[in-house]
Design a protein around this ligand. Sequence first.
Ligand code: DX5
Ligand code: ZN
Length: 225
Amino acid sequence: MSPASAVRIAPSLLSADFGRLAEQLAIIEQGGADWLHVDVMDGVFVPNLTFGAKVIETCRRLTRLPLDVHLMVVEPEKYFDSFAAAGASNLTIHFEAAPHLHRQLARIREFGCNAGVAINPGTPVEHVRDVVRDLDLLLVMTVNPGFGGQKFIESTVGKIARARALLDDAGSGAHLEVDGGISRETINRCWQAGANAFVAGAAVYTAPDPAEEVRALRGRCGVQV
Ligand code: DX5
Ligand code: ZN
């Protein structure tokens, strides 16, 4: 199975209960989660502040899951070295914050991480056409970044399909990830449009049984509904 066709469920740390972090990471592993999504926000690129290298390092100790680190920060290259050393697996930077995108993606790979680029709802997918071959992951934001628990933006479904076509036309095996408002209600539409990796924060961590929720989300993929 090519990486692009394998479903990846990535619960987001942002909605976890930090007072019980070890337990919260163990429960998603029990549910069969594939990645832990770690949202880094700097209060500049987005109006919210979250974690840095110390928290990534802590997660690295607490779980075996690959760490899917989403940098919602300006000047993301300042953090590649310390985040790679802390144990990040994927480093995804925003198109809107990366004027030297080609060079920045190459730097991420030099640090031994998978290189991802994220695009906001207002950014056309065509803007990343010229770096498709430099990507291990393309993240289509399905909300405006900054907060968990927001409503899925329906108009992004067409963009997911255009992103899938862009990757396929280039013969790319990069993951196509979606992030924001992913739930039992929205995940299947994203899967049908061509996404294979799904971030879910509130849906997983506000569920009565987060492990079961991870299984339920996976169950919504691979089927036409
Ligand atoms: C939003 C973050 C998301 C967030 C998703 O800016 O990038 O990863 O955790 O949360 P939900 O799934 O609650 O929309
Ligand atoms: Zn995210």
